[in-house]
Write a protein that binds this ligand. Structure first.
Ligand code: PMP
Length: 460
């Protein structure tokens, strides 16, 4: 932001008052607000400015939503255009030129095999609603109820709502091992660990006494985000495609977090060449406004009219902002940029592991990066890696904030520091982010034996 721009800085007392009232009035379930006690008043690109006048480099990006950072000019222009045109802002699921243009642009980004035969369902505005829609879709199409899902998966918060809804059947989930190099459930990691995970899946499906009835579908994240930034090997994803195709089980790829260039391909499934039967999309497709859809093969389109309804499925501003974002990412080849810059950042983060024994693992794909912090000298769980260090991770997150850097925590134990910068990140900004992170890591380690008072947990 230019130094000459007017600021909306509130006096320190106002900033404190807002935070105090929030903690008094808002739910105990609040998440990000606990570990990020800031009051954003302005934002542009990578930068957020708080009500206290402090500036932060935002590597949380609305939990991976802001592919173009905050308030990108093409997004603002698209929103203004709709407002100035006099178009209705609320239209349920009626057809509009804005929706038509969004759908055309979205389909242009899809793997061709899917695009040529795709249907789209506009869902309620959150990723979790699109996940519900995907599960309903495959259950209707297959007449089966069970679901295959993976350890460490995160797909949203509404499973309870589904169970509570009239007419819903209970979801029987079979949990399968997701390949994990660093904390391999089989203790070996690498291609061999991934192969064993695939074999386990195959065995569960083919053993008539496994206790697992034929499922309605398999849902997976191509890179687990909240689970701790765990990229699935391409060979494993291809195996999952083969296993599900051979048994007529619809494969659902949850691309809510990995989509729109984030991992270095427009959609993360493209790395492996896998074409899923259903893709779940949200976050970045709305260009920072709420929007969620599923796209699926037409053969699955067997549900009845109104089978997945909802009042807020026609957000015109989100569709315009989303279409502008998709176009900008495509035309400016930001997926390739994410791949190159992400690889460079990964390399620098890996360098930190050499000098900081508490850095157990550094991993990621594109601009979805994670640093797992561990207690190197303690006895670990039985996966061959040292135990995770969630208190240290929380201290690093706080030290980052002190240095004007916003990062997220994730992973099974909340011990993975996550970086999700916008795809528009410049080389200079990337250096600034990494410098601040390295400095925070050193500082947090120095004070790691001091008692921690944070009440943070991994947020979503
Ligand atoms: N799927 C994945 C892979 C996610 O990362 C998330 C959110 N972090 C969701 C689904 C749920 O999205 P929402 O929070 O918008 O409901």
């Amino acid at each position: 932001m230019a130094a000459t721009e007017p600021t909306t800085v509130a006096p320190p007392a106002a900033h404190e008052g807002i935070l105090r009232r929030q903690s008094l009035r808002e739910s105990a379930a609040r998440t990000y607000a606990r570990s990020l006690p800031i009051v954003p008043v302005r934002a542009r690109g990578l930068t957020i400015e708080g009500a206290d006048g402090r500036r932060y480099l935002d590597c949380l990006s609305g939990a991976g939503t802001l592919a173009l950072g905050h308030n990108h000019p093409v997004v603002l222009e698209a929103i203004r255009k709709v407002i100035d045109s006099g178009a209705p802002l609320h239209v349920l699921d009626l057809a509009t030129p804005v929706k038509d243009a969004f759908t055309t642009e979205l389909f242009a980004t899809l793997p061709r095999e899917l695009a040529e035969d795709a249907r789209i369902q506009f869902c309620g505005p959150a990723g979790t609603d699109a996940v519900e829609a995907a599960l309903k879709l495959v259950r209707t199409a297959t007449g089966r109820t069970g679901l295959l899902a993976f350890t460490g998966a995160y797909h949203g918060m509404t499973a309870g709502a589904l169970d509570a809804s009239g007419g819903a059947t209970d979801v029987r989930v079979t949990r399968l091992p997701y390949p994990h190099d660093y904390r391999c459930p089989f203790g070996i990691g690498g291609e061999r660990g991934a192969e064993l995970s695939a074999r386990w899946t195959e065995n569960v499906l083919d053993d008539p006494k496994s206790g697992v009835p034929d499922p309605a579908g398999m849902i997976l994240e191509p890179v687990q985000g909240e689970g701790g930034v765990i990229p699935a090997p391409d060979t494993w994803l291809r195996r999952m495609r083969q296993i599900t195709a051979d048994r007529s089980i619809p494969l659902i790829a949850d691309e809510v977090q990995t989509g729109v260039g984030r991992t270095g391909a427009f959609w993360a499934v493209e790395h492996s060449g896998v074409v899923p039967d259903v893709m779940v999309m949200s976050k970045a497709i709305g260009g920072s406004l709420p929007l969620a859809v599923i796209v699926y093969r037409s053969a699955l389109d067997l549900w009845r009219p109104g089978a997945h309804a909802g009042t807020f499925r026609g957000n015109q501003l989100a569709m315009a902002a989303g279409a502008a974002t998709l176009t900008f990412v495509r035309e400016n080849r930001l997926a390739e940029r994410a791949a190159t810059l992400g690889a460079r950042m990964l390399g620098r983060l890996q360098g930190l592991a050499a000098t900081h024994p508490c850095v157990g693992d550094v991993r990621g794909r594109g601009l979805m990066l994670g640093v797992e912090l561990v207690a190197p000298d303690a006895d670990g769980p039985h996966d061959g890696a040292p135990p995770p260090a969630p208190a240290l991770a929380a201290a690093v997150q706080r030290a980052c904030l002190d240095r004007g850097l916003i990062v997220e925590l994730g992973g099974r134990h909340g011990a993975v520091v996550r970086l999700l910068p916008p795809l528009t990140l410049t080389d200079e900004q990337a250096s600034a982010v990494l410098d601040r992170f390295a400095d925070a890591l050193t500082a947090a380690q120095r004070t790691r034996h001091q008692p921690l008072t944070s009440d943070t947990g991994p947020s979503r």
